[in-house]
Design a protein around this ligand. Structure first.
Ligand code: SAM
Length: 214
């Protein structure tokens, strides 16, 4: 476990997840692209990203932009660096957790995340951190998967697979009400759209994408 971040990179599952997102990233992207294009449109030249993984969102930054990547899983770092170089994005990689980015107050114009609030230990603390680092008028743009409606078959499957899913995907939960959390996090405005994708990973298919403003 890292003393500075409190994040533990598992010897096998850390590299497994890096490989999984390298291989499956393009497939997942097919379902998410439309939503990402909408919420990541017009990003500024410097962007903070929570949980950048192996760089799925670099394509939404203009070449020559700077990405401040908050990514505590060192197994992702090599692929992330290589992807940033390929895309012509300057990478400022921070081995930190999203709950404690170490970034200054009210300094960022935009923070982005995809498929990260499901995995962080404390999503409410992460949203408080996002509000702290954003300038007034800044935006938090997110694409995340969330709990299905109670009583639906997808919700039952999310509950049934809770433990093996979290074990495989390093703490990921498919049962979080992230829309409720975002709306209650104290942003000046939250504009989000719930939608469903039709991929093979059914617990992951209920999603939200949107923009929160400070
Ligand atoms: C499911 S992956 C998604 C990666 C990438 N955003 C994407 O869309 O492909 C979740 C990412 O969040 C990172 N992560 C987990 N806990 C975190 C935390 N507390 N703070 C920041 N990132 C975290 C993981 O290391 C991993 O890279």
């Amino acid at each position: 476990m890292s003393v500075t971040t409190g994040f533990e990179v598992h010897r096998a599952r850390g590299p497994f997840n890096a490989a999984f997102f390298s291989v499956m990233g393009p497939v997942i992207e097919l379902s998410l692209r439309r939503h990402k294009q909408r919420v990541f449109a017009g990003l500024p030249s410097t962007v903070v990203e929570l949980g950048s993984g192996v760089g799925a969102n670099l394509r939404y930054l203009r070449p020559g932009s700077t990405l401040i990547a908050i990514e505590p899983n060192s197994a992702m770092h090599g692929r992330l660096r290589a992807a940033a170089e390929r895309r012509g994005v300057r990478l400022d990689l921070r081995d930190r957790v999203a709950e404690r980015t170490g970034l200054p107050d009210a300094d960022a114009d935009a923070v982005i995340s995809s498929l990260v609030l499901c995995t962080v230990k404390d999503p409410a603390a992460v949203l408080a951190e996002v509000r702290r680092v954003l300038r007034p008028g800044g935006t938090f743009r997110f694409v995340e998967h969330v709990a299905a409606r109670n009583g639906t078959p997808t919700r039952a499957l999310q509950r049934a697979l809770r433990r093996p899913w979290a074990w495989t995907f390093e703490g990921c939960s498919c049962e979080r009400d992230l829309a409720g959390l975002l709306r209650g996090a104290g942003f000046a405005a939250v504009d989000l759209e719930p939608y469903r994708i039709h991929g093979p990973f059914i617990p992951f298919n209920t999603q939200i994408a949107g923009v929160a403003r400070t």
